[in-house]
Ligand binder design. Structure first.
Ligand code: DGJ
Length: 692
C-alpha cells in the first residue's frame, strides 16, 4: 500500500520504495505538513504538533508547517492560493472536508478536498504516488460551486517543506545559444526566485528546483521537483526564520488573473517531485525513468538531417534534392527542410503566417522534394512557426486584430514578427487548419515547431499567460490524434522550450542553436540532470562553428552529438571523401548503439584528473558505453582514472576501444577503475562495455 491513513488521527502517509511523505489535519481543519524524507513505516509515530503562538509577532500560521498555505488571516509568508470573491473579499479560509484514495494501474492517488468556510470554493489537492519510481506528482484543482465569479490571482502547484537550512539550490541560467548553464548557490535567509514572464518560453531559467545538502553524484540528500507546464512559471525558495526551507512552484502570478466562472474548474500544473539520499545521479534516474515510462513513447528517434545551417533562408528545391541524396548516402533517416520554404520568406522580415509553398523556390510544388525523399527511403520533416506572423503578410493584412495588442499602444515586433493571439478561437482554428492541411495534403512525418520571440502587449485578459500555452498543447494533441504517425519537435530559438509540460506533448526537442561540440557538452551535462537523453537532439555541424568560431575535429563533433539523438546540420554537399566516409561510419555506429544512448541509464562520471576530462556512461541490459572527452591537453603525462558506475560487482565485463580490449570485474571497474590517457586538443574516445 503506498497510501496509509490513520482515520482517527487524520494523518496521511505516502510511501514510495525508499521514501515517506506525511501530513495531517489538525483540530482546526488545517492541513499540516509532517515529514518528507527516508522511509518510515509506522504511521502511528507521527504526531500533530499543537498549534501555539510563540509571540504576537510570530503568528501561528507563520511558524506552522502548512501543507497548502493560502492568502488570508495572519499569514505573511508565500502562499499557494489567492482568490478575490465577487464581494471583494480577498481572503481564503478553508477547512478540511474529506479524502479519497484511487488505485490506478501505475499509481495510487490521494485526493484531499478542502472548502472555503464561507464561499462555495472547493480546493482539491492531488497526490499521485509512483511507488516504484520513488516519485510523487502533486497538483491542485479549484472548483467554483457558487453562482458568482471568482478571480484566481495566484495558484501554486504545491508547497514543499524541507527541514534544513543552508541548502544548495541549483537550476540553470542562460540565453540564446547558451542554454542550460547549471548554477549552484547557497540558500540563506530571504528568498531565491526563478521565473519566466515571457509567456512562451525562456532560455533564462527552467521550471524545476533542486535543493541538496552538499550532495555529490552518488551521495547526499536531494529534494527536487519539476513542473509539468510551459510558459510562465515561478519558483520561490525561502529559508524562513523558523528553521526550515520552503519551496513553492507553479503558475507565475505576474500579471496573472483567471476568472473562475460559476461551475468551472481550474487546475494548477502538476509537479513531479522526489527525495533521495543517494545524490544527483539517483534523482536523474528517477526522473528519466518516469519520463520514459509515462511521458515519452517507446520509439527510437531517427537520425535526422536538417538543412538550416547549410542553406539558411536560401532554400531551393534543386539544392534540397541534392542535400537529400547526400543525407541518404550518409545514413540519415529523416530529412527536414527548415525555415524559408514558404510564403515570401527570404529572411526574417516576411512570410510567417502565409503558409503556402514558395513558387520560386519550389516551382513544381514541395511534393517534388517530398517524393524524392520518400523514394530514397527517408522520412520527411518541415519547419513551421505557427504562433507568429510577419507584418507584411497577407495574414496580418487581413487580420491585424489577430495579434496580441493593446488598442492604444504600439505593438512591439521582435525578430520582425508579432505573436498571434492564441487565446482566440478563430486563431486556434486557423493554426490547426493550416497544419492539418499541410499534413493532409503532403506526406509529412515530422513537424519542427519553432517560436522565436516572447509575448508582449498581451491583451486585456490576464489569463493569456495560461491560455496561450493551453492552446498550443491542444492544437498539437488534436493534430497527433488525426496524424498519429507524425513526430513533433519543440524548438524556441534553440532550446528555449524544454520543460516537463511540453515533454509529454511533443516528441523531439531542440537543445540549443549552439552546436559547438565543446559548448554542447556543458549544455548536455546540465540538461541530463532533469531531462531524459531521448529528449535531447544533438547535431553535428560545420566548423568553424558559427557561434564559437572554433574548429573541432569531426570525430569529436560526432561523439558529442552521439550522446543524444543524433542529427546532422552540416553543408554535406561540401564534404570531402574522407569526411563522407567518417560521417557514414559514425552514423552507422550510432544506429547500433542508439538503444543504449536513448533508453539506457545515464551516468555523469567523476573527473579524477587535473585535466578537463568529461566522461559519461550509459548502461542498458548487458551492454554499455563510455564517452570520454578532453578538449585541451595540459602539460604533463597524467592518465585519467575512470571509475565506472552501475555495474554488477561480480560480473565480468569486456571493454573495447580501438585495438584495446580489457576484461575486468564490475567491482574492479567501479572501485579501482581503468586508466586512460587522451592527448592533443579535442580528443575523444568511445568505449564499448559488455557483460561477458
Ligand atoms: C531558430 C531555431 O533554433 C533554428 O534551429 C532555426 O530553425 C531557425 N529558428 C529558423 O529561423
Amino acid at each position: 500500500m503506498s497510501i496509509i491513513v490513520n482515520e482517527e488521527r487524520r494523518i496521511f502517509l505516502l510511501q514510495t520504495l525508499h521514501n515517506s511523505y506525511a501530513f495531517g489535519v489538525d483540530d482546526q481543519g488545517l492541513l499540516r505538513h509532517l515529514y518528507w524524507g527516508n522511509k518510515i513505516d509506522a504511521i502511528d509515530d507521527f504526531e500533530m504538533p499543537v498549534l501555539a503562538e510563540v509571540s504576537t509577532n510570530d503568528p501561528v500560521f507563520e511558524i506552522t508547517r502548512e501543507e497548502f498555505p493560502v492568502y488570508g488571516r495572519l499569514r505573511y509568508k508565500e502562499h499557494c492560493l489567492k482568490v478575490t470573491f465577487a464581494d471583494g473579499c480577498r481572503e481564503v479560509d478553508y477547512v478540511y472536508e474529506n479524502y479519497k484514495i484511487e488505485n490506478h494501474k501505475d499509481y495510487d492517488e490521494l485526493i484531499i478536498t478542502l472548502k472555503d468556510s464561507h464561499y462555495d470554493l472547493y480546493i482539491t489537492l492531488h497526490y499521485k504516488v509512483y511507488g516504484d519510481f520513488d516519485l510523487m506528482e502533486r497538483s491542485v484543482t479549484l472548483r467554483n460551486a457558487s453562482q458568482e465569479n471568482m478571480a484566481i490571482e495566484q495558484l501554486q502547484s504545491a508547497q514543499f517543506h524541507i527541514p534544513y537550512e543552508n541548502l544548495n539550490f541549483s537550476n540553470v541560467h542562460g540565453h540564446w545559444g547558451a542554454e542550460q548553464q547549471r548554477f549552484v548557490q547557497k540558500v540563506s535567509y530571504g528568498k531565491v526566485v526563478i521565473e519566466n514572464r515571457r509567456g512562451i518560453s525562456s532560455h533564462n531559467h527552467n521550471p524545476y528546483f533542486i535543493l541538496d545538502r552538499d550532495a555529490s553524484e552518488t551521495q547526499g540528500e536531494v529534494y527536487f521537483g519539476a513542473l509539468r507546464r510551459s510558459g510562465n512559471f515561478s519558483g520561490v525558495v525561502e529559508q524562513t526564520p523558523y528553521g526550515e526551507t520552503l519551496v513553492q512552484m507553479g503558475l507565475n502570478d505576474h500579471d496573472f488573473c483567471y476568472n473562475l466562472a460559476p461551475g468551472e474548474e481550474f487546475s494548477a500544473p502538476a509537479i513531479i517531485c522526489g527525495y533521495t539520499n543517494q545524490g544527483f545521479e539517483t534523482m536523474s534516474h528517477h526522473l528519466h525513468h518516469f519520463a520514459q515510462a509515462f511521458i515519452l513513447d517507446n520509439d527510437i528517434r531517427p537520425v535526422l538531417y536538417n538543412s538550416w545551417e547549410a542553406t539558411g533562408f536560401g532554400v531551393t528545391c534543386e539544392e534540397q534534392l541534392k542535400l537529400a541524396k547526400k543525407a541518404k548516402e550518409l545514413g540519415a533517416e529523416l530529412f527536414v527542410v527548415d525555415d524559408g520554404w514558404f510564403g515570401e520568406r527570404n529572411g526574417i522580415k516576411n512570410g510567417l503566417g502565409d503558409w503556402y509553398v514558395n513558387k520560386q523556390k519550389f516551382p513544381h510544388g514541395i511534393d517534388e522534394l517530398i517524393d524524392e525523399v520518400k523514394s530514397l527511403g527517408m522520412m520527411f520533416g518541415i519547419w513551421v512557426e505557427p504562433e507568429m506572423v510577419n507584418p507584411p503578410t497577407k495574414l496580418y493584412k487581413e487580420h491585424p486584430d489577430w495579434i496580441y495588442h493593446f488598442a492604444n499602444r504600439v505593438s512591439d515586433t521582435s525578430r520582425e514578427q508579432y505573436v498571434l493571439d492564441m487565446t482566440r478561437e478563430d486563431v486556434q482554428q486557423f493554426v490547426y487548419q493550416m497544419l492539418d492541411d499541410l499534413l493532409t495534403s503532403h506526406d509529412i512525418d515530422y513537424i519542427k515547431w519553432d517560436a522565436n520571440r516572447p509575448i508582449s502587449q498581451s491583451n486585456l485578459d490576464r489569463s493569456v499567460w495560461y491560455k496561450h500555452i493551453e492552446a498550443v498543447y491542444d492544437i498539437v494533441k488534436a493534430l497527433k490524434k488525426k496524424h498519429p504517425h507524425v513526430l513533433f519537435e519543440a524548438c524556441a530559438s534553440g532550446g528555449g522550450r524544454i520543460d516537463y509540460g511540453i515533454l509529454g506533448i511533443f516528441d523531439d526537442f531542440w537543445t540549443s542553436d549552439n552546436t559547438d561540440a565543446c559548448d554542447r557538452l556543458t549544455i548536455q551535462d546540465s540538461y541530463s540532470y532533469i531531462y531524459p537523453i531521448k529528449a535531447m537532439r544533438a547535431w553535428v555541424t560545420d566548423c568553424p562553428n558559427f557561434i564559437s568560431n572554433r574548429d573541432i575535429p569531426m570525430r569529436y563533433r560526432f561523439h558529442s552529438a552521439m550522446m543524444g539523438t543524433l542529427g546532422i546540420g552540416c553543408n554535406i554537399l561540401k564534404f570531402s571523401d574522407e569526411e563522407t566516409k567518417l560521417a557514414q561510419e559514425m552514423i552507422a555506429l550510432y544506429k547500433e548503439i542508439r538503444p543504449i544512448v536513448q533508453e539506457g541509464d545515464f551516468y555523469r562520471l567523476e573527473n579524477l584528473s587535473e585535466d578537463d576530462y568529461r566522461s559519461y556512461e550509459y548502461l542498458k541490459d548487458t551492454k554499455g558505453l563510455l564517452f570520454v572527452f578532453l578538449s585541451h591537453t595540459r602539460i604533463g603525462h597524467r592518465p585519467l582514472t575512470l571509475k565506472l558506475r552501475g555495474l554488477k560487482k561480480d560480473t565480468r565485463y569486456k571493454l573495447t576501444y580501438g585495438d584495446q580490449e580489457i576484461h575486468k570485474s564490475g567491482a574492479y571497474l567501479m572501485e579501482r577503475g581503468i586508466d586512460l590517457r587522451l592527448s592533443g586538443d579535442y580528443a575523444s574516445e568511445l568505449i564499448f562495455i559488455s557483460e561477458m
